[in-house]
Ligand binder design. Structure first.
Ligand SMILES: [Zn+2]
Length: 182
């Protein structure tokens, strides 16, 4: 029986966009594999995740995944000691090339850290603003509306689900499986 595998690549940081993305594209093309790329389209504020240090279990995760090694020291300072670079503005050309190479592209978020950490308890206005910024930037970069949205950290709220419907995405990746006990 033929089996299909769907690959979704979430691009979270500016560094990931500049360094990881081209390498992955290269690899996928070499093996003639396809994938959907979801982009973080606004500021990279990864450094703000530093407050997770104070959350239970974070230090264990750090030691398991070697956060410093994966992200690099500069990325961990964006949004704290260094201003957060605007990924979609700086890398528009690079992002557009992903689409031109034949890969499906979509929205991951505007500001990854802000969405992942706060959306669950934020208002309709806050949510609309974040999603609108991402949608507008996507239009600018790709010259057409996004067809898919993959929520950062799989975090959502009721308004976000409503906006997803209004925005007419073909499909979305936005369900937190862990919360459902899987
Ligand atoms: Zn992500």
């Amino acid at each position: 029986m033929e089996k299909w595998l769907a690959l979704k690549v979430d691009v979270d940081t500016w560094r990931g966009t500049r360094e990881g993305l081209p390498r992955l594209l290269n690899l996928l093309q070499r093996f003639q594999a396809n994938a959907t790329f979801l982009f973080s389209l606004g500021p990279d504020h990864t450094g703000r995740a530093i407050k997770r240090v104070f959350r239970k279990g974070f230090l264990q995760k750090v030691s398991r995944t070697s956060v410093l090694e994966h992200y690099g020291i500069r990325t961990l300072l964006y949004g704290t000691l260094l201003p957060g670079p605007d990924i979609g503005a700086r890398e528009a050309q690079r992002l557009h090339e992903v689409k031109q190479a034949g890969f499906e592209v979509g929205i991951h978020c505007w500001d990854h850290i802000r969405w992942q950490d706060y959306v669950a308890h934020k208002s309709t206005d806050w949510t609309r603003r974040e999603m609108s910024l991402a949608v507008q930037r996507f239009d600018q970069v790709f010259g057409e509306p996004a067809r898919t949205h993959g929520a950062a950290g799989w975090q959502m709220n009721e308004s976000a689900y409503a906006f997803e419907k209004n925005l007419g995405f073909d499909y979305a990746s936005d369900w937190h499986a862990f919360a459902a006990g899987f």
